[in-house]
Design a binder for this molecule. Structure first.
Ligand code: SF4
Length: 176
């Protein structure tokens, strides 16, 4: 069965910087949970950050690729550089995805880790720029498509297309 990496906060885990969850409750996610298809993961916790923690944003529009290349930083409102745990968390997410047979991800948009379509712009004013967070970028760049919490129907359609194109191995009967 193909697995789906999902932002832990979308599944009700209180791992966000403010100690809250962002529970989705989408019926497709609930069905995937019942099928044991989901791999909930929080890259920021995996990277060693605590709950609660200061908010953080990618410092400039150079974006996630520049962060992973060491050319841009992720910072708190006080200017503390927290790039290292974010990069470490992104790599942990990729490692988890590969070890669990994950074929796609559903991640919380807007986050400097999990954002996919847009992320906050480093000004801490609520402004965003178009582009992914570091985990989303690394997964996509490694061949794992990422969908936001608003694209779960598209994620389901993609998963169905995968299963249609690549039927899983039939169970080998045990003949004793
Ligand atoms: Fe949710 Fe991702 Fe932020 Fe963790 S890093 S709290 S999973 S959006």
């Amino acid at each position: 069965m193909y697995k789906v990496l999902v932002s832990a906060c979308l599944m009700g885990r209180k791992v966000r910087f403010d100690g809250r969850a962002k529970t989705s409750g989408h019926p497709v996610l609930e069905r995937w949970r019942a099928e044991r298809r989901l791999v909930p993961h929080c890259p920021e916790i995996a990277g060693g950050l605590a709950v609660p923690r200061p908010p953080a944003e990618i410092a400039d529009a150079a974006g996630a690729e520049a962060v992973l290349d060491g050319a841009a930083a992720i910072v708190t409102p006080e200017g503390q550089d927290v790039t290292a745990p974010f990069v470490s968390g992104a790599r942990a997410a990729l490692e988890t995805a590969r070890s669990q047979g994950v074929r796609l991800a559903v991640l919380k948009d807007g986050s400097p880790s999990c954002g996919t379509r847009s992320v906050y712009d480093g000004s801490f004013t609520g402004e965003k720029f178009v582009g992914p967070g570091v985990t989303s970028y690394l997964l996509s760049d490694s061949g794992i498509p990422v969908f936001t919490e608003d694209e779960i129907d598209a994620a389901e359609a993609y998963l169905k297309s995968l299963e249609h194109e690549e039927p899983e191995e039939p169970e080998i009967p045990y003949w004793g």
